[in-house]
Design a protein around this ligand. Structure first.
Ligand code: ATP
Ligand code: MG
Length: 489
């Protein structure tokens, strides 16, 4: 479509240019002809002037001749003698003028014969007049002089008419060429106007087309952008949901482990304790074996506790976020031999379980990362509340994020992404600051809305984050001591 319209405008333009050139050439040829006609008219007027002068000189010469013959005074011959060379010069000029025009040359020859006859007639009369005036006057009285003059005049008049005819012909041609030139210019202007209109129309059509294509593209990109935003929102919601589901699942698992496995292990241990009491005196070797088995059961209980702790930190649920973060920092710092600086604002309000777990997991992942990658000597954790915003900062003084961090972040590394996701789900924001050799700081800001802060409890004792139920000291705490120790309560 676009190519077709391009081809059409190119053809139109080419046609217009060819037509313009043709009209220009025709117009220029007309101009040349006009110039020629103009020159011819001027020349013809000059010739007409020469012919008229020739006639005038003839009349002058005849007047001189007549004056001399009538008076006999030589002074009257002066105009005659003056006229003769002029007549010869004019005749020569006229002969040159008609040299290349046979038709006009014939007319001129006739006229010049008549003029020469008149000159001869005057010359003869004068020769006679100088000898005998009466003879000459008799000659003059005849009509011969009048006749020769009449012939000369007729011949010259014929030439004059011819010149006038050629002038009027030239003027007719000039008129025609002028009209042609006018029409040519008119045609040229019309062609150019049509071309301009056509090209302008096509240009505006192309502009409209490209404008339509541009707005279509803009609409498409806006649609895609909307789609991407919607997808991002969906993915974010999905990630938050998955995290919630994971936490719920962990809680469920922790409860199962505690209630089911814990009960079984405890019951097993109690029964063994009972059996060991019975056989201790009769079968000390059996009692010894049972003590070993009880130690294994103890180990199982320890493992179960650790698992529960990992799945659902009881300290977090029982003692609150600050206590849990403090204990976690202490443990991890001791394990990694870090110097730990923990500053937890007293004024922090009690948080909902979801929010507390999310923040706890963020600290946990930050410390795990620091122990895996940072090679740090010191970590600091700060929890503060100001202007309705809770700020959590975890920093290390290690090597800082690697140069290819951005590409790593999205391929198989989910720690930081998970943190971000948790913070977004809480309606907050996460910032990562790092410089090579200057460590990493994870800064989380969460607005303290009702979705984050725990509702006040009915038995509120005013002590802020009140610890929950302490872990029950159940029978599983019975020592797997040797035969001499017995069950500890
Ligand atoms: N404290 C830190 N010091 C130096 N580098 C870090 C630190 N924390 C993260 N990084 C770098 O950032 C990358 C991404 O960390 P992230 O926690 O997202 O993923 P990961 O720890 O590699 O994997 P995952 O957490 O999924 O087990 C890490 O691979 C590590 O190179
Ligand atoms: Mg990690």
């Amino acid at each position: 479509m676009f190519k077709q319209s391009m081809l059409r405008s190119t053809l139109l333009l080419a046609g217009g240019i060819v037509l313009t050139v043709v009209v220009l050439i025709a117009s220029e040829a007309g101009n040349i002809r006009l110039r020629q006609g103009y020159t011819e008219v001027i020349q013809s007027q000059q010739v007409q002037g020469q012919i008229t002068s020739l006639l005038g000189e003839l009349v002058n010469a005849e007047a001189g001749q007549r004056g001399f013959l009538l008076t006999g005074k030589e002074s009257y011959l002066q105009p005659y003698y003056q006229a003769l060379p002029r007549i010869n010069a004019l005749m020569g000029a006229l002969r040159n003028r008609y040299a290349d025009d046979p038709e006009a040359l014939k007319l001129f020859t006739d006229a010049s014969t008549a003029v020469n006859r008149k000159l001869t007639e005057m010359d003869l009369t004068l020769i006679y007049g100088k000898r005998d005036v009466e003879v000459a006057l008799d000659l003059v009285r005849t009509d011969f002089g009048k006749q020769t003059m009449e012939n000369a005049r007729r011949g010259l008049q014929a030439l004059l008419q011819r010149e006038a005819g050629s002038v009027s012909q030239s003027l007719v041609f000039a008129d025609r060429d002028l009209a042609l030139s006018r029409y040519g210019i008119g045609l040229l202007t019309a062609i150019n106007i049509v071309l301009l209109v056509v090209v302008g129309l096509q240009h505006s059509r192309r502009l409209a087309l490209s404008e339509a294509a541009r707005s279509e593209l803009e609409e498409e990109s806006a649609r895609l952008e909307r789609m991407v935003r919607a997808r991002t929102r969906q993915l974010s919601a999905l990630a938050s949901h998955l995290q919630r589901v994971t936490e719920d699942e962990k809680t469920r698992l922790a409860r199962e482990l505690h209630d089911e496995l814990g009960a079984i292990l405890t019951a097993t241990k109690l029964d063994m304790h009972w059996v060991r009491g019975r056989v201790q005196d009769t079968h000390p070797d059996v009692a010894e074996k049972l003590t070993r088995v009880m130690r294994h059961v103890d180990q199982g209980i320890q493992i179960k506790r650790r698992l529960i702790e990992d799945l659902r930190p009881t300290v977090l649920l029982n003692l609150g976020l600050k206590e849990a973060i403090g204990q976690l920092a202490e443990e991890v710092a001791a394990r990694n031999q870090w110097e730990a600086d923990v500053q937890l604002a007293e004024a922090a309000p009690p948080l909902r379980d979801d929010a507390a777990i999310a923040l706890y997991r963020i600290v946990q992942e930050s410390l795990t990362n620091a122990s895996k990658y940072a090679a740090a000597k010191r970590v600091s954790i700060a929890l503060a509340c100001a202007n309705g915003v809770l700020t959590l900062k975890v920093s290390d003084n290690g090597c800082g994020l690697p140069a290819d961090f951005e590409s790593r972040r999205t391929s198989g590394h989910h720690g930081l992404l998970g943190m971000e996701q948790r913070v977004i789900a809480l309606g907050g924001s996460l910032h990562i600051d790092s410089a090579p050799g200057k460590g990493v700081t994870i800064r989380v800001e969460v607005p303290l809305t009702d979705a984050i802060v725990a509702p006040p409890r009915s038995d509120e004792d005013g002590s802020g984050e009140a610890p929950r139920e302490a872990p029950a000291a159940g029978p599983e705490n019975i020592q797997a001591a040797g035969p001499g120790h017995g069950a500890a309560g």
